[in-house]
Write a protein that binds this ligand. Structure first.
Ligand SMILES: Nc1ncnc2c1ncn2[C@@H]1O[C@H](COP(=O)(O)OP(=O)(O)OP(=O)(O)O)[C@@H](O)[C@H]1O
Length: 226
């Protein structure tokens, strides 16, 4: 479970271009559930997601992960925590050009120093499960949008993280691919994972498999729906 208490986030603090991206957020993200953060552009969804995923620290307030205060941890602990706890799916996929699909998927496992063959086998399992087995050796440049996204999901799952984080995952996908994404999310939830997604796509926050929707506006929570 992830709990945020009285969380604020300022960018460019004390400067003329200071932005208050989050104001007094109190939020609990349930385990083994799909939570969607929704809101208009600039409402603070990505900022909130980055605090939930320990990619950034709040300006004030506290973030607890399974009861442990993580918002004050030094960067080296946060790096380790991110690696073992979260898998990330970004809108622009962030796949590394010049590497194959398989190499991209294996990449987040590299710092863990695991046996290469075991990581490779696990990566191929994820690719097969996402119908990308035949594309394993393709350079990522050759993938379609939907394939690139599934490769990103396989990469996010390689270290078997309990929490899957997705930032505007369907912004570039048509309806069929969005439905495929939702099926994958449902399967991961059924496998016991917690999923947190930012989206202003009604196909996502209105979807059947979504357990909670958190609505943001101007950096504050304006509604929570189950
Ligand atoms: N690194 C940054 N430096 C300065 N301001 C930022 C930074 N990141 C975000 N902001 C500002 O913080 C506010 C919240 O941005 P955020 O990206 O969290 O919103 P969002 O709801 O995810 O928007 P979008 O849907 O457009 O991605 C916005 O006013 C944005 O301009």
């Amino acid at each position: 479970m992830i709990t945020l208490t009285a969380v604020t986030k300022l960018y460019n603090e004390g400067r003329p271009n200071e932005v208050q991206a989050l104001r007094g957020i109190d939020l609990t993200i349930a385990r083994n559930a799909v939570t969607v953060l929704k809101g208009p552009s600039g409402s603070g969804k990505t900022t909130l997601l980055s605090l939930i995923a320990c990619m950034a620290r709040p300006t004030s307030g506290r973030v607890h992960l399974d009861g442990e205060l993580v918002s004050g941890l030094p960067e080296k602990f946060l790096t380790e925590l991110r690696r073992t706890t979260f898998g990330f799916v970004f809108q622009r996929f962030n796949l590394i050009r010049g590497l194959s699909v398989l190499e991209n998927v294996m990449l987040p496992a590299a710092p863990l120093g695991l046996e290469h063959a075991a990581v490779r086998a696990r990566a191929l399992e994820h690719l097969d499960a996402l119908d990308l087995g035949p594309r394993a050796d393709s350079p990522v440049e050759y993938l379609s949008g939907g394939e690139a996204q599934r490769a990103t999901i396989a990469r996010a799952l390689i270290n078997d993280p309990p929490i899957l984080i997705a930032d505007e995952p369907t912004a570039n996908l048509d309806t069929a691919l969005t439905e495929r994404f939702l099926e994958i999310v449902a399967a991961e939830r059924a496998a016991g994972r917690t999923v947190v997604i930012t989206s202003h796509d009604p196909r996502i926050w209105g979807a059947e498999g979504v357990d909670a929707v958190v609505e943001l506006r101007d950096g504050a929570i304006t509604g929570e729906f189950a």
